[in-house]
Design a protein around this ligand. Structure first.
Ligand SMILES: Cc1cc2nc3c(=O)[nH]c(=O)nc-3n(C[C@H](O)[C@H](O)[C@H](O)COP(=O)(O)OP(=O)(O)OC[C@H]3O[C@@H](n4cnc5c(N)ncnc54)[C@H](O)[C@@H]3O)c2cc1C
Length: 484
């Protein structure tokens, strides 16, 4: 990513020596990817191998609450820098709910660098394209080429994977790196001053830093916000999550084409959409079916979920409704969104929230867990900048500034997709489809309502380098301090 455009960065970038104006080739003050080839050349292309991590000058004792995708990725990121990391997880065993998850390049680039590839390479699928389809007949109305374009542009693949496989892979890598993970170990209480936490079984543990990755209903968030919790809110939408047996689909020529080449397909229509892709190395077909829902989850009944789901998509593309007809059971999920919190760090500077606890978002950019992976990477990078425990709070504040901005923008981008995809048939829908037409027809375009394709959004979402951003913010912070 380029720097934020401001006059200071332009002045810094341009120097005059011997009456000659000069610029560096590290970055630009304006949005550009024209220097990207040099970055790839200097770093070497990503080969999916474990990169040696620069070790922290100050080795910290760190405790993480929660072994979801956020807690585990942060544990890996910190452990590989040399910190001692212990994770406490409430559940008796690890088990991600729901089926598939998309792993976009801003996340996969980090995961591959950390050495996750061997742990999930036989489980992931790399879809060739993401296609947006008209609700009524499945006509292709938007198209992003992921292979080879995303790999080439963003130096990393766009993967989809079963959540359980993803979590298990992270778990195994974390163990191999030396992270201690305790299940059946729910945190009952935090003392942010020491900092320490007390488990439900009464045992108390202290550390230099406690990180809570305890999800949407975070207890740690209440501590950080000093009793004024700001939990994520219902959005008026819910999603059915389901998998379909690919053998059933293969037997039906109307739908078997969806399995020929791995791809993401998303049918979009009035207030609803259905995102689909194959997972488990192509053995399962994953579906997320979003629809309006105002009622409280406590009133939802498991027994009527399948017929209710079919009713929501009645009259949609007959090939899609055929697949929906193959769903035997489903889970219905409320779609919540937070807005940027005032803070992620307790006033002691020793307790931090990350992941969904800090930045829940609707899943329409498929970036919720990816943001947690970025959190872990950024945190490990910023802690490498300090050499004394007195600097932890200062480092966390720089981290917090960068991450609240990034994740707040992703919360917004996710809600924007909900608007762009959910137009009823009419002038806005027609204009949207017309604006996406060049990408479907393979014509040149410079903007698109498809946020996977729009060149500017794409570079921001997938080209983001969480470590670089936070390192630059630290350098700016230090140079501001030294000028005071
Ligand atoms: C329908 C849907 C589709 C999605 N698709 C994508 C996608 O394609 N790509 C993507 O990147 N993201 C996606 N997301 C978002 C993603 O699932 C979440 O952002 C991510 O799982 C959050 O991880 P987390 O570790 O922060 O929280 P969680 O996964 O909620 O993990 C929290 C963990 O903390 C534990 N815990 C809670 N309380 C305690 C306690 N007191 N003590 C100890 N442990 C505790 C819990 O048991 C749990 O294991 C999607 C979300 C939904 C709903």
């Amino acid at each position: 990513m380029s720097q934020k455009p401001d006059t200071k960065s332009i002045r810094k970038g341009i120097t005059i020596q011997s009456n000659k104006a000069q610029v560096g080739l590290e970055s630009t003050s304006y949005p550009s990817r024209s220097l990207h080839f040099l970055h790839v050349l200097n770093k070497g292309a990503l080969r999916g191998t474990r990169e040696d991590a620069p070790q922290a000058k100050l080795r910290l004792k760190i405790i993480i609450a929660g072994a979801g995708l956020g807690g585990l990725s942060t544990a890996i990121a910190l452990r590989r820098r040399g910190h001692s990391v212990t994770v406490f997880e409430k559940a008796a065993e690890l088990g991600e709910v729901g089926a598939g998850i998309q792993v976009p390049p801003n996340s996969s680039r980090l995961l591959l660098k950390w050495g996750l590839e061997p742990f999930f390479k036989d489980k992931v699928v790399e879809p060739g394209t993401i296609g947006f389809r008209r609700w009524q007949n499945g006509k292709l109305i938007g198209l992003t080429r992921l292979v080879p374009d995303f790999r080439k542009t963003f130096d990393a693949p766009y993967y989809v994977v079963h959540r359980a496989h993803f979590q298990h892979a992270m778990y195994r890598l974390a163990l191999e790196l030396g992270v201690e993970i305790h299940v059946n170990s729910g945190v009952a209480k935090y003392d942010p001053e020491i900092p320490s936490l007390t488990l439900e079984n009464g045992a108390t543990y202290s550390a230099d830093l406690i990180i809570a990755a305890d999800g949407l209903r975070s207890e740690a968030r209440k501590v950080v916000l000093q009793g004024k919790d700001q939990p994520p809110q219902r959005t008026g939408f819910a999603a059915y999550r389901a998998v379909v047996d690919v053998e059933k689909m293969r037997a039906d020529p109307d739908v078997a084409w969806l399995l020929e080449k791995p791809g993401l397909n998303c049918w979009i229509g009035d207030m609803r959409h259905v995102m689909t892709y194959t997972i488990a190395a192509g053995k399962s077909f994953n579906m997320v079916l979003s629809h309006p829902e105002e009622s409280h989850p406590s009133t939802w009944r498991r027994e009527t979920a399948v017929p209710d789901m079919k009713q929501h998509f009645h009259g949609w593309d007959h090939r899609l409704t055929k697949i929906i007809g193959m769903i035997e059971s489903t889970l219905k999920w409320p779609l919540l969104s937070g807005k940027p919190l005032e803070r992620w760090i307790a006033s002691s500077g020793k307790l931090l929230i990350i992941g969904d606890a800090a930045h829940a978002m609707v899943p329409y950019m498929s970036e919720g867990a990816a943001m947690a992976v970025e959190d872990g990477a950024a945190l490990a990078e910023i802690l490498n900048k300090i050499s004394s425990k007195d600097q932890i709070y200062e480092a966390l504040q720089v981290f917090e500034d960068v991450r609240i901005l990034r994740t707040g923008q992703m919360q917004e981008a996710s809600l924007i997709n909900g608007k762009l995809w959910h137009f009823a048939d009419g002038p806005e829908q027609e204009a949207r489809d017309e604006a996406m037409r060049p990408e479907v027809e393979g014509r040149h375009y410079i903007e698109s309502p498809n946020q996977w394709s729009d060149p500017v959004t794409q570079a921001w979402a997938y080209g983001y380098d969480a470590e670089k951003e936070v390192a630059e913010a630290w350098n700016a912070h230090v140079s501001r301090g030294s000028k005071l």
